[in-house]
Design a protein around this ligand. Structure first.
Ligand SMILES: [Fe+2]
Length: 115
């Protein structure tokens, strides 16, 4: 696999599919807590950020899959390899499996890497 493609795959795995996907997991609870504490202004901002994260993760997953198909490598196995190489630690549950599934990010990708 060419080095540039490898770097792009590594970045897609790490940024949208690990870090931004984490936002899908954590934002709903953060919004609930701010609302419960009466801080609707902060809750509204976080809610918007959470909504905006969905297409970011979707784009990452879509391009990651596209590049894997083009390189004739397995997307799930490639995600595991790159994430283990470039992300320090395990992915932290609980996962927002509904939101992740809606963007085509099935559990077979992240569950084997979870704590
Ligand atoms: Fe984002």
């Amino acid at each position: 696999m060419p080095a540039v493609t490898q770097d792009l795959l590594a970045r897609l795995a790490l940024v949208p599919m690990v870090l931004e996907a984490r936002g899908l997991d954590t934002t709903p609870e953060a919004v609930r807590r701010f609302r419960a504490g009466g801080d609707d202004a902060t809750a509204d901002i976080l809610e918007r950020i959470g909504m905006e994260e969905i297409p970011h993760v979707a784009a990452g997953v879509r391009w990651f899959r596209f590049l894997c198909v083009r390189q004739n490598v397995d997307p799930t196995a490639t995600f595991h390899t790159l994430t283990r190489r470039n992300f320090n630690g395990r992915l932290k549950p609980p996962f927002n499996t509904d939101a992740r599934m809606r963007v085509g990010f099935g559990e077979e990708f992240y569950r084997p890497l979870s704590a």
